[in-house]
Design a protein around this ligand. Structure first.
Ligand SMILES: C[S@@+](CC[C@H](N)C(=O)[O-])C[C@H]1O[C@@H](n2cnc3c(N)ncnc32)[C@H](O)[C@@H]1O
Length: 213
């Protein structure tokens, strides 16, 4: 978003993120996260971990890596990691270029991230590379509305929302992007992000799999 933005609102956004999301988490987002993350298995990478909202919600036997490119988010995340009993590997990396060998992970997770990454398709290509054959990508993302009227509002408000939301694109058809990627969409459920502004309410959660070779 630019250096001045990053040093001012970008920094504030990260500091206030948990506060902004508190009522959304309590109204159901945390339960949705927990349900999704209960499907994580084995070596797992949480991509765009932000302030670490998912940290304590993974099953105890998951071997967890968290990747986050934003230094302000990372500061919040490091605070949570320091207080946690979990052993977590942290990498300062964006989804489009993960510092891991091919076929390294059993599970990859995106929660509220594909709305913000600059190149979602490149991110999915990279996830397909680091997932083992048969490995699964779990997602929970706010997405483009199926209702054309709301989708038009998402298009109209995309730019100002991107400014307020630290680079978040409220009108992305993330399910279509997953379908166009090397991953095979396994399941998708449409839902609503509780207590969120209408343009960020339509939600998609589910999984996609990296085909076995
Ligand atoms: C709305 S926050 C979601 C954070 C967290 N996953 C959650 O569920 O609360 C979006 C996150 O995506 C991160 N992000 C932005 N660009 C990214 C990229 N290229 N690769 C990975 N993460 C990115 C942001 O820094 C931010 O932490």
């Amino acid at each position: 978003m630019g250096r001045v933005y990053d040093a001012t609102w970008g920094r504030g956004f990260a500091a206030l993120y948990d506060f902004f999301f508190k009522s959304v988490e309590e109204a159901g987002l945390r339960d949705m996260r927990r349900e999704l993350l209960s499907e994580a298995r084995g070596r797992t990478i949480d991509i765009g971990s932000g302030t670490g909202a998912n940290l304590e919600l993974y099953p105890a036997d998951v071997e967890l890596t968290m990747a986050e490119p934003d230094p302000h988010m990372t500061r919040q995340l490091r605070g949570k990691l320091a207080e946690s009993d979990r052993e977590v590997e942290f990498v300062a990396a964006g989804a489009e270029s993960l510092p891991f060998e091919d076929a390294s992970f059993d599970t990859a997770v995106f929660t509220l991230v594909l709305c913000t990454v600059p190149e979602p398709r490149a991110a999915l290509d990279e996830v397909a590379r680091v997932l083992k054959p048969g490995g699964r990508m779990l997602f929970l993302e706010h997405v483009r509305a199926e209702d054309p009227g709301l989708a038009r509002w998402q298009d109209r408000l995309e730019k100002p929302w991107r400014f307020v939301g630290d680079g978040c694109h409220c009108n992305r058809d993330t399910v279509a992007t997953i379908e166009s990627s090397p991953l095979r969409l396994e399941q998708v459920e449409r839902d609503r992000l509780p207590k969120a502004p209408p343009i960020t309410r339509p939600l998609a959660r589910g999984s996609a799999v990296r085909a076995s070779a």
